[in-house]
Ligand binder design. Structure first.
Ligand code: CA
Length: 243
C-alpha cells in the first residue's frame, strides 16, 4: 500500500478523498495550500500526489512543475474544467493523469490504482523512460478482446495474433495499460515518438487509424476524445450496462 499526499483547499473534499484512500489501505496525508504541499512532498516523499488545480498560495500547475523538477512521484491532477485537460497532460506541466470535477470516489481510487501499478512496472530495474524498449517481466494485459504482452511484444485480438509495427504496438500497450484514460496527441508524440524528428499531429492520427484498421470489428474500442486525442474504452460488461 502507498503513501499518498492529497492537496486540496476545500477541506470537505480533501477529507473525503483521504478517507477513501485510507479505506483502500493507503496512508493518506493532507495539505491545504500550495506551499504546504511542497513542504509535505519534500518531508514525506509520498508515492503519489493527488493535486487540485485551484489552490491558495501557489496554484496546482506551479506546484506540479515544482514537484516535477525534483521528484518522479506520479501526480494525479484534479480540475474543474475539461478544457484544462490538454494543459495538464502536456509535458510542460508533468502531471501523469487528471480527473475532472465532479468525479466519483470510485473513479479516483481506480486512477490511483492504475498510476501506482504503472510506477511499479516502470521501477522493475528499468531506467526511467526505457520501459517501452526494455523487456518488462509482466503478465499479459487484457482489455476486452485485446491482450498484449509487453515482454513478448505480442498482441492478440480475440486470440488471433495482430501484426503491428513497433509504434502501433507501443500505442496499444499504452492504451491497454490505462483503459478509459484519454491521451492527448502531444502526450502520445512525446511518449512514443520522443526520439524522432519530423512528427506532427497527423503522425498520431495516422498510426491510430492503422491500428484501428488492424483491430477490425473491434476498431471502435479506440475512441476519439474530441479536442484531446484518443483512449481505449473497454465495452461495459453486462453487469455494468444500464438496464
Ligand atoms: Ca481547490
Amino acid at each position: 500500500m502507498a503513501r499518498i499526499l492529497v492537496v486540496e483547499d476545500e477541506r470537505d473534499l480533501n477529507d473525503l478523498v483521504a478517507r477513501h484512500l485510507r479505506q483502500e489501505g493507503h496512508e493518506a496525508m493532507q495539505a491545504f495550500d500550495g506551499p504546504d504541499a511542497l513542504i509535505a512532498v519534500a518531508a514525506a516523499k509520498p508515492d503519489l500526489v493527488v493535486l487540485d488545480w485551484m489552490l491558495p498560495g501557489l496554484d496546482g500547475i506551479t506546484v506540479c512543475r515544482k514537484i516535477r523538477d525534483q521528484y518522479l512521484v506520479p501526480i494525479l491532477m484534479l480540475t474543474a474544467r475539461v478544457e484544462e485537460a490538454d494543459i495538464i497532460l502536456g509535458l510542460e506541466v508533468g502531471a501523469d493523469d487528471y480527473l475532472t470535477k465532479p468525479f466519483r470516489m470510485r473513479e479516483l481510487v481506480a486512477r490511483v490504482r492504475a498510476l501506482l501499478r504503472r510506477v511499479e512496472l516502470d521501477s522493475r530495474g528499468l531506467p526511467i523512460g526505457e520501459s517501452e524498449t526494455a523487456p518488462i517481466e509482466t503478465d499479459m494485459i487484457t482489455v476486452g478482446p485485446i491482450s498484449v504482452s509487453p515482454d513478448m511484444r505480442t498482441a492478440l485480438i480475440n486470440d488471433a495474433e495482430l501484426d503491428l509495427t513497433p509504434k502501433e504496438f507501443d500505442l496499444l500497450v499504452l492504451f491497454a495499460s490505462n483503459p478509459g484514460r484519454a491521451f492527448s496527441r502531444d502526450y502520445l508524440l512525446e511518449r512514443i515518438w520522443s526520439n524522432e524528428y519530423e512528427v506532427t499531429d497527423r503522425t498520431v492520427d495516422t498510426h491510430v487509424q492503422r491500428l484501428r484498421k488492424k483491430l477490425g470489428d473491434d476498431a471502435g474500442l479506440i475512441r476519439t476524445v474530441w479536442g484531446i486525442g484518443y483512449k481505449l474504452q473497454p465495452r461495459p460488461t453486462a453487469a455494468q450496462r444500464p438496464a
